[in-house]
Design a protein around this ligand. Sequence first.
Ligand SMILES: [Zn+2]
Ligand SMILES: [Zn+2]
Length: 137
Amino acid sequence: MTAVHTGSCLCGAVRYEVRGLLRDSIACHCSQCRKTSGHYWSATQAKTADLHLLEGRGLRWFRSSGIAQRGFCQHCGSSLFWRPDGADTTSIGSGTLDGPSGPCATSTLPTKATTSISHRLWRSGRRAGPASLPGGS
Ligand SMILES: [Zn+2]
Ligand SMILES: [Zn+2]
């Protein structure tokens, strides 16, 4: 049986459902994730085909870099999604899940990693601790 997870932004103008597996969460400390969330950003990930909008009137996309867009609620400002160009996955802010977030943060991407390095790792779905990051110091 396929697991069903639901989530939303703070005001409810964006609500979604994931019918499928969620990856463990990653806590990303790159400058873009810090700026977009006000802190580090913790995100799980799902196949984009498994992610269904139940309410999308608040959803807007911001091109945050040359490789990805970020989905947020235009009404309450919640940061919900990160979607790399050409990928079949979407990262989903762990805290936007309803109820207990379930997936635990099992790894972090460090502050000093450049955005391109850390987000390339996100895109590959690789789990990486600081020690295994190329050039991470
Ligand atoms: Zn909202
Ligand atoms: Zn990041």
